[in-house]
Design a binder for this molecule. Structure first.
Ligand code: ACO
Length: 333
């Protein structure tokens, strides 16, 4: 079964409430109708209810059964303000500032997730990645035992045999501008876990560089080499190897030449980039030149799932990210 269909089936098996704080945005309204109709999650639109319903009418979208929460009318607003103030008071938050901040739909939605009124959140059709991540990082924070929130893309390359019949996970392409060795090791481990749990594949993780197994040197290479060692030490059960150039990571013939003893080289299905410049440029190159479908960026490492959208997203993209978020929410302990 195709990956997205599998994800939808899993989401349906234990339906979760996913909050969409950009509730009066057109693609989001259309996505809510589709999610409701497909029945794999309970979508919750946040915003002015009259505005949302008027816009739905204009679009010819039927929102029957879709919950709409207007922060101004919500009987949970005060609880969210007080809880947000408690969470952030040692960072200089005052109750007056909290009253203003929590009315922002992104903060309101994040507080719904924090206080278990929703299981996950998806946003970013009109906000930047940073706008979404900041409330997530401040309020939801990392899952137990996880040091860093990062992100991954599921890349589907048509007609390709690289990775898992053309499917590869790329990380981190959206969150950490310049991860240190420990953070890079954590990103590799988190993405391997995601590959197993969400994509149901056996992860083979390549730590990418412009050097393969010592062919070049310098601080940039040392960072990737040390991160690889740390990741292997922390998780000897996972197949993680590096440093590897991209061709050595995915092309068997090159791997046989450059890294003949590696269990990952030539077969990698998870690519970990050394920093955000490389990762962000890398996924966009593959997306554009190879006509690949890029699903994401999906966040990993939050205590509860919070996910971003590209501002150029379609309503279909929102539906997919909500399905993935719903499945991630099923494994929250
Ligand atoms: N994991 C866990 N916690 C983190 C992380 C992380 N990766 N990054 C920051 N934090 C924590 C901080 O410790 C801090 O916690 P505290 O306030 O409780 O002490 C809190 O989050 C806020 O941290 P700041 O450093 O103040 O936040 P910052 O302003 O640096 O924003 C952000 C963090 C938004 C992730 C920033 O690093 C960023 O903008 N990243 C790039 C996003 C981006 O533009 N991506 C590219 C586009 S996406 C695309 O093309 C698909």
């Amino acid at each position: 079964m195709e990956l997205m269909n599998k994800i939808l089936e899993v989401a349906k098996s234990d339906k979760k409430r996913i909050v969409l704080p950009e509730g009066n945005e057109e693609r989001t309204i259309t996505a809510a109708q589709h999610i409701q109709a497909q029945g794999f999650a309970y979508p919750v639109l946040v915003g002015d209810d009259k505005e949302i319903l008027d816009k739905a009418n204009e679009l010819g979208v039927d929102l029957t059964g879709v919950e709409i929460v207007n922060p101004e009318k919500s009987d949970r607003l005060q609880a969210y303000i007080e809880s947000f103030y408690e969470l952030r008071k040692n960072k200089g938050m005052t109750i007056e500032k909290a009253e203003k901040i929590v009315r922002d739909p992104l903060y309101f939605g994040t507080m719904m997730v924090k206080l278990d009124d929703a299981d996950g959140m998806v946003s970013g059709a009109i906000h930047t990645t940073g706008d979404l991540l900041r409330p997530g990082l401040q309020i939801i924070k990392t899952a137990p035992g996880v040091s860093v929130v990062s992100s991954f893309f599921i890349m589907m390359v048509p007609g390709s045999n690289y990775g898992e019949e053309g499917m590869l996970l790329f990380s981190d392409c959206a969150v950490n501008p310049n991860p240190n060795e420990d953070q890079l090791a954590a990103i590799a481990i988190a993405t391997a876990e995601t590959a197993k749990n969400l994509c149901k594949i056996d992860p083979k993780v390549a730590m990418l560089s412009f050097s393969t197994m010592g062919s070049a040197d310098g601080d940039l290479v040392t960072k990737v080499r040390n991160a690889t060692e740390k990741a292997k030490e922390l998780r000897p059960d996972l197949l993680i190897d590096g440093e590897l150039q991209l061709d050595a990571a995915i092309v068997k013939k090159v791997a046989d030449q450059k890294a003949p003893n590696s269990k990952v080289a030539g077969k990698a299905n998870v690519l970990v980039f050394p920093d955000l410049q490389a990762g962000n440029i890398g996924y966009k190159l593959v997306q554009r030149f190879a006509n690949a479908e890029a699903i994401g960026p999906i966040c990993q490492g939050f205590a509860k799932p919070i996910n971003d959208l590209s501002r150029g997203c379609s309503y279909e993209d929102i539906v997919k990210v909500v399905a993935i978020t719903a499945v991630q929410a099923q494994s929250v302990k």
